[in-house]
Design a binder for this molecule. Sequence first.
Ligand code: MSP
Length: 519
Amino acid sequence: MLLTTAIDYTNGSPHIGHAYEKVLADVIARYQRLRGRPVYFLTGVDQHGQKVEQTAAKEGVSPEEYVEKVTTRFTALWEKIGVHYDGWAATTDQRHKSCVQAILTDLKEKGQLYKKAYNGFYSVRQEQFLTDRDRDAEGNFGPEWGEVVEIQEENWYFKLSEHTAWLQAFLEKNDVILPQFRKAELMNALTRNGGIDLCISRPKERLRWGIEFPFDPDYVTYVWFDALINYISFAGYGDSDLTLPNFSETWNDVVHIIGKDIMVPAHGIYWYCMLHAMGFSDAQMPTLLVHGWWNIRGEKMSKTLGNVVDPDQLADTFGVDALRYYLTRDITTGKDSDFDVERLVMLFNTELANELGNLCNRALNMSQRFTDGVLNCHEPLEAEDLVLQQSLVDSLALYRDAMDQYDVAKGLEALNRHVVNCNIYAERMKPWEMNKNLEKKSRVATVLYHLAESVAHCAVMLSPVLPDAAAKLAAQLNLPDLLSRRLDDLSWGLLKNGHVIEQPQPVFPRIVPAAPKDA
Ligand code: MSP
């Protein structure tokens, strides 16, 4: 599988939306590997365009220096929060530029590009030409377009309109847009966007910071045309010196994870049509996994409103585990959610520190204290034991179904359900009371075995979201190979009779919210 995220604009610092998408992709990549599927995870940065050029100028540095500085903020954050990618797509990379230029030449040879003069309105913020369809009910270009200027210029166009009928038919036949409800939105946009070609160049007198047209050096490539190509250029498309992965192996079962704002028109229309024009077959078309947005009290996060959430700071304050858990637990893939730091703390403290932490503590600490760290499951089993084993089977099935559909929140909910059942079982069995009675020693061992075996399964289910915490649990259970198992190979009995565990250490220390500062 080739799994990609959007590449982030390098015109500021990474915010919580960027972090969410990368963590989501990282979790999906790790989960797919748990399913035994090889994954190539590609992410990166979108470094060209007018906004970058303008910000660099404001800061008095060259665009090269500016993007280099900003890019390290992104790579440092991914390192810090455990986003492990296989390929890094930076659009200023020479291999990418050569690939974009080769594609432009190829499309021109195929008769897919033409040059024409155009007189019209241009949105500086969105870096695109506007049409009358972009006007609001009063006939104005709304504030979302920022500064709109009237310009006349010659540019290169891609014959997008030649591919939209194919795209419409393709989308009708194939379920490549996830979640399903986004498809209607794309189909509507396609009907509206129908006969229009795509302007893919900018004259250098207006923008220098882009990839030069190989056959017309007065022009650079439109930033979206450049950026979309990252998905193939860094997957090895047309790579002759083989410094990149082998394209024919990498480009299969492709899933692009993107936010809802960039489905229409960029990915849902331009990208499919570009691939079609390059000669990609229907079977080679990617799937779009379209996620929703993190908002603040229902409002969009924005620099102007001053409500942008900094993931780096959150990781410092609450820890990487709390951040990754929150970002995948409190949003349904595809829908929006409100970012709320109190919920971040609450979810960590209840589901991890209290529930899972309590289960680990009971299973591992009590095993050390009551059975010298040796695990044994004695026959005959009691009804409650079987009920607990069934709870794990059910949770695993729910977890797998949810995660297969990229619904991480539901997967974590399924895991949590078993953890809660384990704690109820422990409360009922009361091994701490039973242990006072010498005749019940073997029963105590069986109960603790059930709890420890559950911890082992929970560590595997948790591992895509919290890989470090899962590794700590595997180490404490003295099961070094636990996390290299496939999900389908998990079955009751990971712990053999006589297995000796290591000394337990708390893995989910409770977050104590800082006392409010004095006014
Ligand atoms: N550079 C383009 C993407 C090119 S892909 C060929 C871009 N960059 S971006 O930095 O503006 O956004 C990167 C990703 O972050 C997008 O998928 C976008 O939807 C996502 N998010 C930006 N803000 C977000 C939230 N508040 N919440 C969740 N994700 C959001 O678009």
